[in-house]
Design a binder for this molecule. Structure first.
Ligand code: XMP
Length: 507
């Protein structure tokens, strides 16, 4: 397949996804992976990604020059182009103002990489430094204004572009990547999800044998797809544990039992931990404290349950490729904005081996696998739901009454999104319950009740987001249904904050 060396650009995963969409396997390795490791992957081509560092800095992210001697075609993108120039004897300088956003690429000398791309086209730029002196043996292939936008050494099959072919704003970006993958690297189509499913089922059978596997089922996409896939392989040797924290969406437990218990005949152990969570959260209103309590209790309940299956040999998890990349990434620790929680470590004494059948897949691939396995489309394309659940959507202190109010209001909003074909148009939508009461009037009666906030965000990577421009008439329906049907809410507001500076969730 194709190896992408990760220098920290936010677009890296996009490069890998594009290549895989062509049917060619692509993998991301940290930039400091050893030459040995890279060689072990037997790559057909290597892509050097963009990244925030500069070749000048004392902490510049460099690679061994030998990389260019492996006889494997190389494509440098953005920082990857500057790095290529720098390592092979060219010169990079600080730009005057940098280029950000759309720019025009003028092809001066076409080559295999730029095949079938018109002489002038739109590309997406995001850089400050630029290459101004080419290494020996290289030619300028294209420019944008006065900046060298592409260079090539055709004989050595080393190519580079200053722009980002992986983003959709680059008009012929897909063509360029295809040229690299098929014409230059001569990669073969070897990546299809149906093959993946068959191979993975066989692999699971082989490693599990007749042993028992346990899996924490949350109702979310990743754990559900992992569960169904493993179940296809080993049937009743899989036991799922579903923890009802009391902080889930309306009827979530019931739906999980119906969809996965009844429909797929999976073994699901339902653990009712509602009281435990509620009592631990009593009197607590600080968001971080709530998150920590919920995370801790979850691990405790899950561990208690799993230890009961003392014949278990494997713990299965819905880890997906972005989680793997994140954990191997060389980016420094970023400030903790919110403490996220996932299933924590199991007690040492259990000595379970990990089974992670989705480790190689991107989210959109996981969804396709889910559909292929027969999971309802609606379940597979659900919006993400945070681990701490409604615990962080009820601002301030959490109690059972508030959970019920919020579940009803949230359910109405989601129902209406489906009914109006808007659910798939937004990335994440939910209702938040504020502990603020205000005065209203219903019939001839004065009311004094809580405020609900309707939140809907559009985003690609959940790092930045804009609020969804939902139609007024739609919002009107949602608001009037919530106020009329949910006892305890007499006012609805719509959140029009973007991220940053706001976040998607309220706590
Ligand atoms: P924020 O609020 O930080 O959320 O803009 C970004 C995305 O992360 C989700 N989120 C979580 N997911 N555990 C999770 O698994 C958590 O603790 C958690 N907190 C936030 C949030 O729903 C949004 O999709």
């Amino acid at each position: 397949g194709i190896i992408i060396l990760d220098f920290g650009s936010q677009y890296n995963q996009l490069i890998a996804r594009r290549v895989r969409e062509f049917g060619v396997y692509a993998e991301i390795l940290p930039f400091n992976a050893s030459l040995e490791e890279i060689k072990n992957h037997n790559p057909k081509g290597i892509i050097l990604s963009g990244g925030p560092s500069s070749v000048f800095g004392s902490e510049a992210h460099l690679v061994d020059k030998e990389l260019f001697e492996l006889g494997v075609p190389v494509l440098g993108i953005c920082y990857g182009m500057q790095l290529t120039a720098h390592l092979l004897g060219g010169e990079v300088k600080k730009g005057v103002k940098g280029e950000y956003g759309k720019a025009e690429l003028n092809i001066l000398k076409s080559n295999d990489l730029l095949n079938e791309i018109p002489a002038k086209s739109t590309v997406w730029m995001s850089h400050f430094d630029e290459v101004y002196q080419l290494p020996e043996g290289f030619e300028i292939a294209g420019k944008s204004e006065n900046v060298i936008a592409s260079m090539a050494n055709e004989e050595r099959k080393i190519y580079a572009v200053q722009f980002h072919p992986e983003v959709s704003h680059t008009e012929f970006g897909a063509q360029l990547l295809k040229n690299f993958v098929f014409n230059i690297c001569e990669a073969e189509k070897n990546w299809a999800l149906t093959d993946f499913i068959e191979n993975e089922i066989q692999r699971i059978k082989d490693i599990v044998g007749n042993q028992r596997v346990i899996l924490g089922l949350s109702g979310g996409v990743d754990s559900s797809v992992a569960a169904v896939l493993i179940h296809k392989a080993i049937g009743d040797q899989l036991t799922c544990i579903f923890v009802d924290t009391g902080l889930l969406r309306k009827d979530e437990g019931k739906k999980v039992m119906e969809n996965y218990g009844k429909h797929f005949h999976m073994n699901i152990k339902m653990v009712d931990a509602r009281e435990q969570f509620m009592s631990k959260l009593k009197g607590i209103s600080d968001p971080e404290e709530k998150r920590k309590i919920i995370g801790r209790e979850f691990v405790e309940v899950f561990n208690d349950e799993s230890t009961k299956f003392d014949d278990a040999s494997f713990l299965a998890q819905g880890t997906i490729y972005p989680d793997v990349i994140e954990s191997q990434s060389v980016k420094g620790p970023s400030a903790t904005i919110k403490s996220h929680h996932n299933v924590g470590g199991l007690p040492e004494t259990m000595k379970l081996k990990l089974l992670e059948p989705l480790r190689e897949l991107f989210k959109d691939e996981v969804r396709k696998v889910g559909v292929e396995l027969g999971i309802a489309r609606e379940l597979v394309y659900r919006h993400p739901f945070p681990g701490p659940g409604l615990g962080i959507r009820i601002l301030g202190e959490v109690d059972e009454e508030k959970v019920e109010i919020l579940q009803e209001a949230d359910d109405i909003f989601i129902q209406e999104l489906y009914k109006n074909n808007l659910y798939d148009e937004v990335s994440q939508a939910f209702v938040v319950l504020l502990p603020v009461k205000s005065v209203g009037v219903m019939g001839d009666e004065r009311t004094y009740e809580y405020t609900a906030v309707v939140r809907s965000a559009n985003t690609i990577d959940f790092m930045t987001a804009t609020w969804s421009k939902l139609p007024y008439e739609f919002l009107e329906t949602v608001s009037s249904r919530i106020i009329n049907e949910v006892k305890g809410i007499n006012r609805v507001a719509y959140d029009i904050s973007s991220k940053p500076p706001a976040t998607i969730e309220w706590e």
